[in-house]
Design a protein around this ligand. Structure first.
Ligand SMILES: [Zn+2]
Length: 144
């Protein structure tokens, strides 16, 4: 896959960022953080693709930065422009690469992105306030 720039233009002509997300499942539970920053809610590990970085590199880096976990394998679930997904930098559309990940290590809350980090069953997730884009992904996966 070719490197993608962090910034681009959405299909409707607005500034767009590129993002990666990690779906990490263990024993029927998903690893979620309760986000410190907007957009608030429970979310998978995620972040921007930096300039000159491939989505896979960003996935591995963000997962490590946010959780300390090492991605040992990954599979692309969805690749999609989300025109209604904003970030703290005020950019209102994001092009997402969402991956299912196998990881090694013990998760630890890192780098100030999360109020908490934990493993949740789909039944528990139905009672959480999910970050909208993650509610969208988990619905699309048939988890919610
Ligand atoms: Zn952004």
């Amino acid at each position: 896959m070719h490197p993608k720039p962090k910034s681009g233009t959405s299909s409707d002509g607005r500034p767009m960022h590129f993002s990666v997300g990690a779906v990490i499942r263990k024993d029927g539970k998903y690893l979620l953080i309760d986000r410190v920053r907007e957009p608030f809610g429970f979310a998978g590990l995620a972040g921007h693709v930096d300039e000159g970085e491939t989505p896979e590199e960003a996935l591995i880096r963000e997962t490590e930065e946010e959780s300390g976990l090492k991605v040992v394998s990954h599979a692309l679930l969805f690749e999609e422009e989300v025109l209604w997904n904003y970030c703290g930098a005020g950019v209102g559309s994001h092009y997402w690469y969402l991956y299912s990940c196998e990881v090694e290590g013990k998760e630890r809350k890192e780098d100030g992105e999360a109020k908490s980090m934990g493993w949740y069953t789909p039944a528990e997730m139905k009672n959480l306030k999910m970050e909208p884009v993650w509610e969208y992904w988990f619905r699309k996966m048939g988890v919610l």
